[in-house]
Ligand binder design. Structure first.
Ligand code: ZN
Length: 138
């Protein structure tokens, strides 16, 4: 079992697949140095948080109305899942002048059960300038 760490070097390729380095992409969002400017940026940072097991960012970016209990999320992060790739398929709204948005994506992971593709349309809302994940249809 691997021992993932939230401390990914800034020079590493960002797990979200943007093509940028972590320090110019999801890193500052996970460290709460910068807010995600769009729903897609928040979605990417949440994928990265799953990849590096950043429980705090996942909780902070989850809307309080739908946020799972800390223990439940910590339990799912403890599972031996490796996140291989994120593909953003489509976005609707979710921009700097919107208060809602959706992001359709496929997240590919690997676990003991084999390779899995999670295809989801996620819903986001922006409140007080911050984007939050609400829920999604898979
Ligand atoms: Zn990223």
């Amino acid at each position: 079992m691997s021992t993932p760490s939230p401390a990914l070097p800034d020079s590493a390729r960002c797990p979200c697949g943007s093509g940028d380095i972590f320090g110019d992409c999801c890193g500052p969002v996970l460290r709460q140095e910068r807010r995600a400017g769009t729903a897609q940026a928040l979605m990417r940072s949440r994928y990265t948080a799953f990849a590096v097991r950043d429980l705090e960012h996942l909780l902070a970016s989850w809307h309080p109305r739908t946020r799972p209990p800390r223990e439940e999320l910590a339990g799912s992060l403890a599972q031996d899942v490796r996140w291989l790739r994120l593909e953003v398929l489509a976005t609707a709204q979710g921009g700097p002048f919107d208060d809602t948005g959706t992001v359709e994506f496929v997240a590919i992971s690997k676990s003991e059960q084999g390779r899995q593709e999670q295809h989801e349309v996620s819903r986001f809302v922006r409140e007080d300038g911050s984007w939050y994940y609400v829920d999604g249809d898979t």
